[in-house]
Design a protein around this ligand. Structure first.
Ligand code: AMP
Ligand code: ZN
Length: 457
């Protein structure tokens, strides 16, 4: 069956055909590891995981690459300001190398808790300095660079279609920002290599043909994708914020060196929003996966929540919606668990499911199909076999889930008993206070004529 994917290069749905017979190349821009990932970042990796799983569902072998940005991403997203890693290091009181390791581990743990499949290749910028220097040399040799007092820059005026991905109107940018150029020749030019500041030793710096310094942020993705997937591969992904700058610049670099626009499809995950707007790492007002765990939310409930919204629409986050997702997931788990094994996959539902996921990853519709199937007259065993199959794409781990025997900590038992006594004494305020305390520990008490039933929230 055909897969249609929305390609942001052409701004339309296009049938997906792999460039090679043996594997599909998928490159996903990874995190800048100066802090924890927030659940907005994680939404983008969940979208990419669903994309990979859908390709695998269709029988393709995917070579999935995620990079780790551990140097060169400057605070301004342009070419000014401090390196986020050096700034993060100062804030944490650890070296840039230490925070990179610590936040990379935390990031991988988050992906693991969300059942995101392990990519074939993890690659980090600081392990590929030689490849980045080679790539810059290639761009330089082809005449696209110039030097300023603080680095080697890419001259975007040399490419007529620079910024096509973002439909950038260069003239408008030129007119709007003439004053902020500094030594840059054009507002859209960007750094390929930055020099270490005079008289200052950076924690992360290397020798290069142009002087001691560090790579610009965009070059790592061109260099590492070329190394692991060749300079012309199938799909490149990231969040929507990457369209205008990071991905436009990656494409410019590849066009200058290899004459390709890097990837055949450009796909982007749209933002998770919170009340105050876009959830962002730099503003500090973000929710981590751990924040959800602290509130007794299962990480897979967050995965379920993300499955309910299409990746190309922004998603408004709320704890109410997350709680409903957790309830729905638990219902699905309980139902699935109770069904007997030994059935077979229903071909009709499977065909519908494939049609939904192959239509630009319409996972919300595919999930609704599961609930429709639950109500159908299929045998429970067939339902189990069919949902097990669908879960290869959903990634909810249904077949591995088992009801946990409820262990009640002594503290919870004691609070529940105190609450029962408070109720018996008609001390409602105290009973309410104890109920809130139990909630904070993740437990709830149901009252049953003088006795009680303790449950997890
Ligand atoms: P960063 O670590 O900031 O480089 O971002 C890692 C990934 O998360 C990138 O693909 C970003 O585009 C994406 N991203 C950043 N903020 C959000 C958000 N609020 N919602 C969804 N994705 C995001
Ligand atoms: Zn990238």
């Amino acid at each position: 069956m055909d897969i249609q994917l929305y390609d942001n290069w052409e701004r339309r749905l296009r049938p997906f055909t792999p460039l090679r017979n043996d594997w599909v190349g998928l490159y996903c821009c990874g995190p800048t590891v100066y802090d924890y990932a927030h659940i907005g970042n994680l939404r983008t990796y969940l979208f990419e995981d669903i994309l990979r799983r859908t390709l695998e569902w269709n029988g393709y072998t995917v070579r999935h690459v995620i990079n780790i940005t551990d140097v060169g991403h400057l605070v301004s997203d342009g070419d000014d300001g401090e390196d986020k890693m050096e700034k993060g290091s100062r804030k944490a009181g650890e070296s840039a190398w230490q925070i990179a390791d610590r936040f990379t581990i935390a990031f991988k743990n988050d992906l693991n808790s969300l059942n995101v499949l392990e990519p074939a290749i993890w690659c980090k910028a600081t392990d590929h300095i030689a490849e980045q220097i080679d790539f810059i040399s290639c761009i330089e040799k082809n005449g696209y660079t110039y030097r300023t007092s603080d680095g080697i820059y890419f001259d975007t005026s040399k490419q007529d279609d620079y910024g096509y991905l973002a439909r950038i109107k260069r003239d408008a940018i030129k007119a709007g920002s003439r004053v902020e150029l500094g030594e840059k020749r054009h507002a859209t030019d960007f750094a390929l290599w930055k020099f270490s500041p005079e008289g200052e030793q950076r924690q992360m710096e290397w020798d290069s043909p142009w002087g001691r310094g560090f790579p610009g942020w965009h070059i790592e993705c061109s260099a590492m994708s070329a190394k692991y997937l060749t300079p012309w591969f199938d799909i490149h992904c990231g969040g929507e914020d990457h369209i205008a700058i990071h991905h436009s610049n990656e494409i410019a670099q590849n066009q200058a060196c290899h004459g390709t626009r890097l990837a055949n499809f450009w796909m982007h995950g749209y933002f998770l929003q919170i009340d105050s707007g876009k959830m962002s790492k730099s503003s500090g007002d973000f929710l981590r996966l751990q924040t959800l765990l602290d509130q007794h939310i299962d990480p897979l409930a967050y995965r379920y929540l993300c499955l309910t919204a299409h990746y190309r629409s922004q998603m408004q986050f709320s704890f109410e919606a997350l709680q409903s997702a957790q309830t729905a997931l638990q219902r699905l788990r309980d139902t699935f668990y109770a069904w007997p094994a030994g059935g077979s996959v229903n071909a009709e539902f499977k065909e519908k499911f494939t049609a939904f996921v192959n239509e630009d990853l319409n996972v919300p519709r595919a999930l609704a199909l599961v609930w429709e199937m639950l109500k159908s007259d299929l045998s429970d065993a067939d339902k189990k076999a069919t949902v097990t199959e669908f879960d290869r794409v959903f990634g909810l781990g249904l077949a591995n889930w088992e009801p946990r025997a409820l262990e009640i900590p002594a503290e919870v038992q004691s609070l529940a008993e105190q609450r029962l006594a408070a109720r018996a004494a008609k001390n409602w305020a105290e009973a309410d206070r104890l109920r809130a305390e139990l909630h904070a520990l993740g437990f709830e008490v149901e009252d049953k004529a003088g006795s009680m039933n303790i449950k997890r929230l």
